[in-house]
Design a protein around this ligand. Structure first.
Ligand code: NAD
Length: 302
């Protein structure tokens, strides 16, 4: 028998699809929406309810989860004329799992509150595999009681769920700190493996040693094992475009607080210059390919 509460899920992408699937797997009735109708069709094949408009979805469910790619899209989906908040005529809890800016989390929460809707900014970490295996970290900003009411669903999606504070943007601050570090580790892995390749050292040996030494990181292991060693940069991806978005969001937060992120500034400029050479939609580990491209160009010039 399905669970009583109905759940809406908007954004069935690399992350959203497996998360919505896990909710379905726990017996919840899941109403899902994506602008990409192929994603909806695949979800319907699993038993999800699709083919809805935003208005028909939000007025049918008790909770709406969103997993959307960019702040601009999230803003439109929540605050647009035909978006979630304008379409909603009943009590509803909104849980945004996307990585947007803390400021946008706060803006959406404020508009939601004017309509007596609850809103949590709840970005996630742990890659597509974490979404598939329900082992995500979820960092939640927003009202504590709303968080507690939402926890049974969040526990279906992840294994490390944190209430960071009442500010709806504070979970995102932590998420951006995490992804700032992930960005550094990503570039470190690319540069380290490039050096190995140039020096003619078997990258498998470098991997085996670094993996048990001080240079190890989750990103190094992930990038080498799942992508670089296979020369495969697309499967189950956290794209370079998404990483660049998050680095820029982290810098925005830092700038607004008169902080300084010298290394991040350089990385943003580097990715901005390189990303369009066919790397935007590849996994972020394609930063390794960006360096290979640079080396080829350098060799051609000499
Ligand atoms: P994605 O691009 O694979 O998925 C986004 C989905 O949203 C797509 O299916 C797209 O069709 C849909 N969409 C776009 N506009 C829409 C609209 N107006 N209405 C409904 N659906 C719409 O992105 P993703 O990798 O799943 O990431 C989603 C969010 O999660 C991002 O904010 C990202 O930063 C964050 N995130 C991603 C990962 C990862 O490993 N991919 C990890 C942690 C967090």
């Amino acid at each position: 028998m399905s669970n009583e509460k109905k759940i809406g899920f908007i954004g069935l992408g690399n992350m959203g699809f497996p998360m919505a699937k896990n909710l379905l797997g726990k017996g919840y009735t899941v109403y899902a929406l994506d602008v990409n109708k192929d994603r909806e069709n695949s979800f319907a094949e699993l038993g999800g309810t699709t083919g809805l408009t935003t208005a028909s979805l939000v007025n049918e469910v008790d909770f709406v989860f969103t997993s959307l790619p960019t702040p601009a899209i999230a803003e439109e989906v929540f605050l647009g004329e035909t978006g979630i908040i304008n379409s909603c005529a009943k009590p509803l809890t909104l849980v945004d799992l996307s990585t947007i800016s803390p400021e946008l989390n706060r803006k959406i929460a404020e508009v939601a509150e004017q309509k007596s809707l609850e809103y949590l900014g709840a970005p996630v970490s742990g890659s597509v595999s974490g979404a598939e295996n329900a082992t995500l970290s979820i960092m939640v900003g927003g009202d504590k009681a709303t968080y507690e009411a939402t926890l049974p669903y969040l526990d279906v999606l992840g294994s490390n769920v944190f209430h960071v504070g009442d500010d709806p943007g504070v979970g995102t601050v932590v998420k951006l700190i995490n992804n700032l570090m992930a960005g550094f580790h990503n570039q470190a892995a690319a540069e380290a493996l490039t050096l190995a390749e140039r020096a003619g050292v078997d990258p498998d040996i470098v991997y085996d040693i670094v993996n048990v030494s001080s240079g190890q990181s989750t990103i190094f292991t992930r990038n080498y094992k799942s992508y670089i060693s296979k020369d495969e940069y697309k499967k189950g991806a956290f794209t370079t475009a998404l990483l660049l978005k998050d680095l820029k969001l982290a810098k925005e937060v830092s700038d607004s607080l008169h902080g300084k992120l010298p290394l991040a500034e350089k990385l943003i400029a580097y990715y901005d210059a390189e990303i369009e050479n066919g790397h935007a939609d590849k996994d972020m580990s394609a930063s390794y390919l960006m360096i290979q491209d640079e080396i080829k160009k350098q060799l051609q010039e000499t």
